[in-house]
Design a protein around this ligand. Structure first.
Ligand code: HEC
Ligand code: HEC
Length: 422
């Protein structure tokens, strides 16, 4: 009997102990879950393929993704002069880069008003790093213009590339005939010799074509942007641009020890395909009443949409996911004079030094994720908040900016909430 009682007591004690320890354990697990990283929602990230790719397109996308992340070393032909060692180092998770990871370009304004990109001094882009045994570049004292460029996000660009020139031209209003103070113009640039215009899609203007990519729209196609990035940013030659960069400090014969071209056309094209098939930045909270109110203010009250056009339509594409689609980048793809504060006395193509391509606003609220938790806006990242970015708008955007100043506090908050949802 005594043994039975003891046994009972013992098992009750053990039961209590088990219950207690599982209770403590579950508390630990629950509180740890708060600290464990959970997979981010698709609406919070950029680095995903566009929906609707075929299995073989998806495989090609993933192949390009690997190349986008590849870090180049001396043995791969890095440099001899360069800015960074991989695409992804600057375009972190396909989002905006940090303003500390900048590109610098320079040039000289001639007395006759033409712009000299100073190629004989290693312009227009500065390569401030070099592999051992080679001097890095410096900006020559004669340069009159210097542009600091922060890496933009690279998502949704396949849709932008698929917009026919005709649609972009329909928004241009060089003489401001509608009297809204906004006179967007395309940036016409010289095509590289590997550019193949699509008939009925690309419209030639005396042999020049509309630039779309880069903050001054200096590149016509994604292929051109990618090819130039390999050479100018990483010092990697390819079948498209087979010669190493000219380093004016040591003159000719500046190539590294790896024979050129260092990259085949197929690798460059796989990265082109990767960029082309990245999804458009996702919206968040789009049905929130304040967000909808803010969107109305943006479009109907203060004419931000005079430049940041909400919806564009792509033309025919052999990639079904890009074929004749409505999408919402909030840009007209045109150049606008943004006033003296944003003038960097540097330019590309036919753009004036104070002109910039309307930045697509999609992904605006996600910028900070790839910028170390803080956000930076405008071409050089000088604005720390969306409101600051608006305040820097001058020139053709002055009316819009002044209209923003005149909004009530409540309306300003709605507008900012809308912009955060992009
Ligand atoms: C040193 C940092 C750096 C590296 C490395 C780099 N980029 Fe960029 N990228 C930038 C900057 C800055 C811009 C804006 C350039 C401009 O305004 O002309 C840009 C622009 C782009 C754009 C155009 C985006 C737009 O909205 O128009 C694409 C596409 C792109 N880069 C792809 C690449 C690829 C692919 C690689 C690798 C081969 C690469 N980049 C390497 C900094 C970098
Ligand atoms: C005249 C054309 C024009 C109008 C009107 C205009 N913008 Fe812009 N916006 C631009 C251009 C061009 C840039 C790029 C400027 C730069 O990077 O220096 C820009 C950049 C921005 C940016 C920074 C984006 C980024 O990712 O860095 C924000 C935010 C913005 N605009 C919001 C607005 C809002 C809100 C309005 C209405 C109050 C507005 N814009 C009106 C042309 C315009």
């Amino acid at each position: 009997m005594k043994i039975m009682k003891l046994y009972l007591q013992n098992s009750i004690f053990r039961l209590i102990l088990t219950l207690l320890s599982s209770f403590i354990l579950s508390i630990i697990i629950i509180s740890c879950e708060e600290f464990l990283p959970t997979a981010p929602e698709s609406s919070e990230i950029l680095n995903e393929p566009i929906e609707g790719l075929t299995p073989s397109q998806l495989a090609a996308h993933l192949q390009g993704d690997e190349q986008f992340g590849k870090i180049f070393g001396v043995e791969d032909g890095l440099g001899p002069i360069f800015v960074n060692t991989s695409c992804e180092n600057c375009h972190v998770a396909d989002g905006k880069g940090h303003p500390f990871i900048q590109l610098t370009r320079f040039g000289k304004m001639n007395l006759d008003g033409t712009f000299d990109p100073m190629t004989e001094y290693g312009g227009a882009q500065l390569q401030q790093r070099s592999i051992a045994g080679y001097p890095p570049e410096e900006i020559p004292a004669e340069a009159t213009g210097k542009s600091i460029l922060m890496p933009p996000s690279v998502t949704g660009l396949g849709l932008i590339e698929a917009v026919p020139d005709e649609l972009i031209l329909s928004y241009a209003d060089p003489d401001d005939l509608n009297g809204d103070g906004i006179s967007g113009v395309p940036n016409y640039v010289d095509p590289p010799d590997y550019f193949q215009p699509k008939p009925g899609f690309h419209i030639s203007n005396n042999g020049k074509y509309i630039g779309r990519f880069g903050r001054k729209a200096g590149a016509i196609t994604i292929l051109q942007q990618v090819t130039q990035a390999y050479l100018q940013d990483i010092g990697i030659t390819s079948d498209f641009l087979p010669e190493d960069l000219y380093n004016y400090i040591i003159g000719s014969g500046t190539g590294d020890k790896v024979s050129d071209p260092e990259l085949s056309a197929s690798v460059v094209k796989s990265v082109e395909f990767y960029i082309k098939t990245l999804k458009a930045p996702p919206r968040r909270n789009e049905n929130d009443a304040d967000v909808i109110g803010g969107e109305n203010i943006f479009k109907k009250q203060i004419n931000c949409s005079g430049c940041h056009i909400p919806t564009l339509v792509s033309g025919p594409s052999d990639i079904e996911a890009l074929n004749k689609k409505d999408f919402h980048p909030y840009t007209d793809m045109l150049m606008h004079d943004m006033g003296s504060q944003l003038d960097d006395y540097y330019t590309e193509g036919s753009a004036k030094t104070s002109e910039w391509r309307t930045t697509p606003l999609w992904g605006l609220g996600l910028g900070g994720t790839s910028q170390g938790g803080k956000s930076f806006f405008l071409h050089d990242g000088r604005a720390k908040t969306i409101e600051e970015a608006i305040i820097y708008h001058g020139g053709e955007a002055s009316n819009s900016r002044n209209n923003y100043y005149n909004l009530s506090q409540a309306d300003k908050q709605k507008l900012l909430k809308f912009l955060e949802s992009l």
